[in-house]
Design a protein around this ligand. Structure first.
Ligand code: ADP
Ligand code: ADP
Length: 227
């Protein structure tokens, strides 16, 4: 669990290209649920990927907790990511999918079992740990993807449009699910979306972005109840 700090963070994909992200300054509080909101191409994913370490930054500094992570590779950043195409391993059971990240880190078997069961309890997926992903509904699969992300108890949780492949009804349900999950584990979260309703209902604060620039950072109440 940690605070995330962005100091003048910029990204340019090529020397002569426009900035995809320009001079971002953000102070994300420990355990906050922060939403990046803006139209396609405004730089939401780029920013998230820089926090994850999946994209080099062109300028500025990113801190996770007290650590300057600019030169720290993704696997050492202690963060988990969830994408819209929740990439579960098709040939592994739900249990094995959730356990995978711990197994490759040689975590002892009994600890893995505890961690998977804890994650399964939070997400209410304990009754189908033996199934394969293809035997699950879209919503169940997305919950397994969330299980994979929380099982290591990361310092931060990064979600990039995790619900955009789901149908409308499921999306509403999963929104509530993610909020519940966030309350239960209290991990600092950045959530990317272009959906105003999602931003409004989920965010502690919303970062409104446009063309690589932060336009406003505030609570949903302030952003949507302006006179
Ligand atoms: P969003 O997530 O808000 O849709 P992105 O962060 O994906 O926005 O993109 C921001 C800008 O950076 C866009 O202009 C996009 O075309 C550009 N961009 C994103 N990824 C790359 C890339 N790998 N190479 C070059 N340009 C990119
Ligand atoms: P896990 O499911 O535990 O993330 P993976 O094998 O998928 O295990 O990834 C190993 C490590 O590499 C992760 O802990 C993570 O730090 C990093 N990593 C891999 N893919 C990503 C990603 N898409 N986003 C962020 N980090 C990633």
């Amino acid at each position: 669990m940690a605070r995330i700090l962005l100091n003048n963070v910029s990204k340019r994909y090529g020397k002569f290209k426009e900035f995809a992200v320009k001079d971002f300054n953000l102070d994300i509080e420990d355990q906050e649920f922060l939403v990046f909101l803006g139209p396609s191409g405004c730089g939401k994913s780029t920013t998230l990927r820089m926090v994850a370490g999946l994209e080099d930054i062109s300028g500025g500094e990113i801190f996770i907790g007290d650590t300057l992570v600019n030169d720290i590779p993704p696997k050492d950043r202690d963060i988990s990511m969830v994408f819209q195409n929740y990439a579960l391993y098709p040939n592994l059971s739900v249990y094995e999918n959730i356990a995978f990240g711990l197994r490759i880190r040689k975590v002892p078997k009994f600890e893995i079992e505890d961690a998977v069961k804890r994650a399964a309890r939070v997400l209410e997926i304990g009754s189908f740990l033996d199934r394969k992903p293809r035997e699950l509904s879209g919503g169940q699969r997305q919950r397994v993807a969330l299980g994979r992300a929380i099982v290591r108890q990361p310092q931060a949780f990064l979600m990039d449009e995790p619900l955009s492949n789901l149908d409308a009804k499921l999306r509403v349900q999963m929104r509530a699910e993610i909020i519940r999950l966030h309350k239960a584990i209290g991990v600092t979260t950045i959530y990317v979306t272009h959906d105003q309703i999602e931003a409004m209902t989920m965010g502690d604060r919303i970062v409104v972005m446009n063309r690589g620039i932060i336009q406003q950072v505030d609570t949903p109440e302030v952003i949507y109840n302006r006179p």
